[in-house]
Design a protein around this ligand. Structure first.
Ligand code: UD1
Length: 439
């Protein structure tokens, strides 16, 4: 990998933010972490040279690349060229794959669970270290396993890994109890090479699922219904899929982050490449809070000229408000007029950052899976630590609305999913920098 483009992530670095005046200018939103990692895993399904474009410069991509290299995929990262919106990733799968993902690597990244479907559908016996990722409570994978079992796989769950065995997987009717994004992705990847037709009912409908299906189709897979609750996949003969060239979908959570920043600071910002259809409900809630949002084919423009108004929000599967947006919404409510209640329906433990926002003076109480956020006149800068990717970004955004200086530590979490948040916000006029803690 060319390290000149590699995201820096040093334990001794902090993000330093001062209170910002109104933001202005244009920010271009990179490709989505929540898609690219799954697309990389899908490259296991077909031999040949796959090319992913619009790949964000984030450390989770590096970790997934390392994991895939361990399995036997050669990966070259081409830095963002002139006129390009992200890196290009060339993944060469010669078919000489060792289907064993060691615990030490799998534990570093949640998306390692996405190796299950592609590996099982090509190899009769696999071993995958139990996945890690953001720590916001229990993240079970029972639906992934039971779906694959319905297709003929047998699993043995050991303390630090899962061992899976199967002959050729066979198509099945699978109905999820909940529209899980990860389980839908794994079953999709397993079904494309299965013997017969697989129907996934109560499938996740997220834009990242549609993006994965677009890549699988380019590889020669047959499916329909993605983006709805029922996806039908007609398996093809093993060996008949080919490599794909695919552009990663825009990151809707990063797009929302820059909209949230406009809400906190005021101003008017062009958010290039944001896909309004992928964030419709969230955009509606931003509008309810007082932002003006104008959308078009190429992106959107967000403006705010008043104090935000409080609203109540509940996280839900797509098209609802995604759990990943929630820390941003809590940060916005912390300075809004009135009291808002935020309900977390996906991950009840995902409120750890609230303690950090309180250090900035936010008036938040937690009651079960609800956060009651009483807007305060202003936040006050303090030293805080990023507990996970999205919470880290929310702390950055909160710092923009805090008097004095906010210093955010543990920013390696932010680097896992945000492609140069500091440079992008600075480009909009925000007083923000990345500094060595020692200085
Ligand atoms: C979830 C989010 C996704 C986000 C990602 C990273 C949703 C629906 N999914 O995806 O948008 O990008 O986190 O923050 O918002 N579950 C089980 N058993 C399983 C799988 C899941 O009980 O086998 C439960 C989870 O505990 C959770 C819910 O289902 O309560 C959603 O899980 P899922 O969509 O699979 O999570 P991710 O794929 O991680």
């Amino acid at each position: 990998m060319d390290m000149s483009e590699a995201p820096r992530s040093h334990g001794d670095e902090v993000i330093v933010v001062a209170r910002s005046g109104p933001l202005s200018g244009t920010v271009t939103v990179p490709g989505a972490k929540n898609s690219v990692l799954k697309l990389m895993a899908a490259a296991l399904l077909a031999d040949g040279t796959h090319l992913l474009t619009n790949v964000p410069v984030i450390t989770d991509v590096e970790m997934m690349a390392d994991l895939l290299r361990t399995l036997g995929v050669s990966i070259t990262v081409h830095p963002t060229g002139t006129g390009e919106t992200g890196q290009r990733l060339e993944l060469v799968n010669t078919g000489a794959i060792t289907p064993v993902a060691p615990f030490e690597q799998a534990d570093r990244i949640r998306a390692s669970v996405n190796l299950l479907g592609p590996l099982l559908s090509r190899f009769g016996e696999i071993e995958i270290g139990l996945p890690g990722g953001d720590d916001f409570g229990s993240r079970p994978i029972d639906m992934h396993l039971s779906g694959l079992e319905a297709m003929g796989a047998v699993f043995e769950v050991r303390p630090d890994c899962i061992v899976g065995r199967c002959d050729r997987l066979r198509g099945a009717e699978i109905e999820f109890g909940f529209p899980s994004v990860g389980a839908t992705e794994n079953i999709l990847c397993a079904a494309v090479l299965a013997d017969g037709t697989t129907v996934i009912r109560n499938a996740a409908r997220e834009p990242e699922i549609v993006d994965l299906c677009a890549m699988l189709r380019r590889m020669g897979a047959h499916m329909d219904g993605e983006g709805t609750s029922t996806i039908t996949v007609r398996g093809v003969v093993p060996g008949s899929l080919g490599p794909a060239r695919h552009e990663v979908v825009t990151d809707r959570v990063q797009a929302a982050t820059y909209i949230a920043a406009v809400g906190m600071c005021g101003g008017r910002v062009r958010i290039e490449r944001a896909v309004a259809d992928h964030m419709g409900v969230m955009l509606g809630r931003f509008t309810d809070m007082g932002l003006q949002i104008d959308t078009d084919e190429a992106g959107l423009t967000a403006a705010c000229d008043r104090r935000l108004t409080s609203i109540d929000v509940a996280t839900l599967p797509f098209p609802g408000v995604a759990t990943d947006y929630k820390p941003l919404v809590v940060a916005m409510l912390s300075v809004a007029d009135g009291t808002g209640i935020v309900t977390e329906n996906l991950y009840p433990g995902r409120f750890r950052y609230v303690e950090e926002l309180r250090k900035l003076g936010a008036g938040i109480t937690i009651d079960g899976h609800h956060a009651v956020v009483r807007g305060v006149g202003h936040l006050t800068g303090a030293r805080v630590d990023a507990p996970d990717i999205r919470a880290g970004a929310a702390l950055v955004v909160a710092g923009l609305a805090a008097s004095g200086i906010t210093e955010i530590g543990e920013i390696h979490h932010i680097d896992r999913g945000y492609d140069d948040i500091v440079g992008r916000l600075a480009g909009l006029g925000a007083p923000i920098s990345r500094e060595s803690q020692a200085s």
